[in-house]
Design a protein around this ligand. Structure first.
Ligand code: ADP
Ligand code: MG
Length: 586
């Protein structure tokens, strides 16, 4: 791995840019930490006088002053501690909030192909877990670095001040400690990266289970899912244990090395010349300082690795923030279009996939007419409908609206021209009314709302609910049936009054009874609009102006119902098949 320092520096600098607006808070925190450390050092430095003057010389004035001194020292320490913790947390939470917001907004702007290739759970874990990691690790690292760093330096000064001969042993052991610290850092970086990835998988796995709960129950998949989760859960645990092992081994070795230093000091003190130059106070101060050094040394050992962990998390966040957003390079603002759609020799394959999904697709949907796409599943019907709002860009060929290439239009104005109702209705955890008016910035009048709700046959079931259209429908509309959800989606599309309508198997999940009801709502929708209708049941598209038959990404037949029947080709065969099966089903 070539983790060049420049990359690290860059991600560190980028992290600093988030802190910059809150630099005064940060400076206050640093002052608090320095104050805290200095108070401690000052306390240690007074030990010598306490023993030599107070105890040995029995100076009662000094000893009476000592209790007041202790209380004042600890009050000061408490104040500094509060300032440090509060300010650091204030800065840290601001940074996390900012990053989360950015991630959230950027994820919305990323192209559909990005979301195709990344698991939702993984992305959620970036928003929730990784950002929090950045705050926790870097603020802890900073606190240790400044507070304990200053404390160690202060203690060393006190020690050298009292006896430079005894303290010089530290010059010897410092490089050994440095080597251990650098080894630990490298190992930590790797492990924390593993943990972050594993956490992503934990979320992915949980999300899959929660979304597919019913499927799991009905297929008895609990065992499989448990095993799958156990595996990823166990990976996180194992990385965690490895991390703790590295931490404790390194901490212990550093403390053992420090104990050698302590032994050395006591050994040296046993020499008569040395003993003569030492007072009891000096000796206590040096030995006491050495003991006190152990704790901050232990924390400083892992400070770099904590920092690395934070930077790794930050990098994973930057990786997403740096993904190019949807290309919105067009400048033409579509308004008042008639709605003629034209596909010209369109070839397409999904980004990241070699297999070509659409081959030389050409057709025209005249303004106000209905075009139906039929064909086996996997033949590319949905793909055609997702090229229209430019969820993906075509490889070759062109798609035009009223003769204007959609590439040259702004995405917002292009998407404003269409309303899509698909098989998978997405509803938000809100009221029925708000789900219908979703995306409208200006308020919609009650009259208008009731009108579309009536036309889409939403009123039929909403009227029976306690709060009518203001009923909350739960996450993704769990409390509604498929047909009810579908009708809300249709009402949403009706309200939009877009000149182009795409219906992708909008009624395929429904029984014939509900379909008949919805068909009425749909016919309302189809009026005066250019529509692309994808349907499984041919009976629903018989009246389409143009029927396009697709097979394996190609158009194999095109015409209206009667002419296609006369051709006696693929369409006629499909029709006979369905007609026959419907007759036997009745
Ligand atoms: P239809 O709607 O006619 O059933 P689709 O347009 O959904 O068919 O799919 C056409 C082909 O494109 C299929 O072979 C499918 O595997 C592939 N496909 C669909 N969506 C994606 C995607 N997001 N990424 C890669 N391949 C896809
Ligand atoms: Mg489809």
């Amino acid at each position: 791995m070539t983790a060049s320092p420049t990359i690290k520096q860059r991600s560190f600098r980028r992290l600093l840019s988030y802190v910059k607006p809150y630099r005064w808070g940060f400076i206050a925190a640093a002052i608090g930490m320095l104050g805290y450390a200095l108070v401690d050092v000052y306390f240690v430095s007074q030990l010598k006088d306490f023993i030599d003057v107070g105890i040995n010389q029995k100076n009662t004035d000094y000893l009476r002053f000592a209790p007041i001194f202790i209380v004042i020292i600890f009050i000061l320490r408490g104040v500094f501690n509060f300032i440090a913790s509060y300010c650091l947390n204030w800065v840290g939470t601001h940074v996390v909030q900012e990053m989360r917001q950015q991630l959230f907004q950027h994820l919305m702007r990323l192209p559909v192909s990005f979301h195709d290739q990344h698991s939702t759970g993984d992305l959620i874990s970036k928003i929730t877990y990784n950002t929090e990691q950045i705050k926790q690790t870097t603020s802890r690292a900073l606190a240790v670095l400044i507070r304990e760093g200053a404390f160690v330096l202060g203690l060393l000064v006190v020690m050298f001040w009292n006896s430079w001969q005894l303290s010089s042993i530290f010059i010897l052991i410092a490089p050994i400690i440095a080597v251990i610290v650098s080894f630990v850092s490298k190992r930590f970086k790797l492990l924390s990266q593993n943990i972050q990835n594993a956490m992503g998988e934990v979320t992915t796995c949980s999300e899959q289970m929660l979304n597919g709960h019913k499927v799991i129950l009905s297929f008895g998949g609990q065992e499989i899912e448990s095993k799958r989760f156990f595996k990823v859960n166990n990976i996180t645990r194992r990385q965690d244990v490895k991390m703790e092992a590295t931490r404790s081994i390194s901490v212990s070795s550093i403390q053992i090395i420090a104990s050698f230093a302590l032994a050395f000091v006591i050994y040296m003190a046993s020499f008569p010349e040395m003993l003569d130059s030492l007072t009891a106070g000096k000796f206590t101060t040096i030995v006491g300082s050495m003991m006190m050094l152990l704790r901050p040394l232990k924390q400083l050992t892992t400070v770099n690795s904590e920092f690395q962990r934070g930077l790794t998390a930050a990098d994973s966040v930057y990786l997403i923030l740096d993904q190019p957003a949807e290309q919105d390079t067009g400048s033409h603002v579509l308004a008042d279009i008639k709605g003629e759609i034209c596909f010209k020799h369109v070839n397409f394959s999904y980004p990241g996939h070699e297999q070509q999904v659409l081959h030389d697709i050409s057709f025209t949907a005249p303004a106000g007419k209905t075009v139906a796409l039929v064909g086996r599943s996997g033949s590319g019907k949905t793909t055609i409908s997702s090229l229209l709002p430019r969820f993906y860009d075509v490889l070759d060929g062109d798609i035009t609206l009223d003769g204007i290439p959609i590439k040259s239009c702004t995405l917002a104005s292009l998407r404003q021209q269409m309303a899509v109702v698909s098989q998978h209705v997405t509803l938000f955890n809100d009221t029925i009314a708000n789900n219908i008016t979703y995306g409208f910035t200006e308020p919609v009048s009650l009259q208008r709302l009731q009108d579309v709700a009536e036309k889409a046959h939403v009123m039929e079931f909403a009227a029976n609910l306690k709060d009518g259209l203001d009923t909350m429908i739960g996450e993704n509309g769990v409390s509604l049936s498929g047909g009810q959800r579908q009708r809300i989606a249709i009402a949403r599309a009706l309200l939009r009054e877009a000149p182009i309508l795409v219906l992708d198997e909008a009624t395929s999940a429904l029984d014939t009874e509900s379909e008949r009801k919805i068909q009425a709502a749909l016919n309302e929708l189809l009026k005066d609009r250019t529509s692309i209708v994808i349907a499984h049941r041919l009976s629903t598209i018989e009246n389409a102006d143009i029927i396009i038959v697709m097979d394996q990404g190609r158009i194999i037949e095109q015409g209206d119902h009667h002419s296609l029947l006369q051709q006696d080709g693929a369409y006629a065969q499909l029709y006979k098949l369905q007609f026959g099966s419907e007759q036997t089903a009745v």
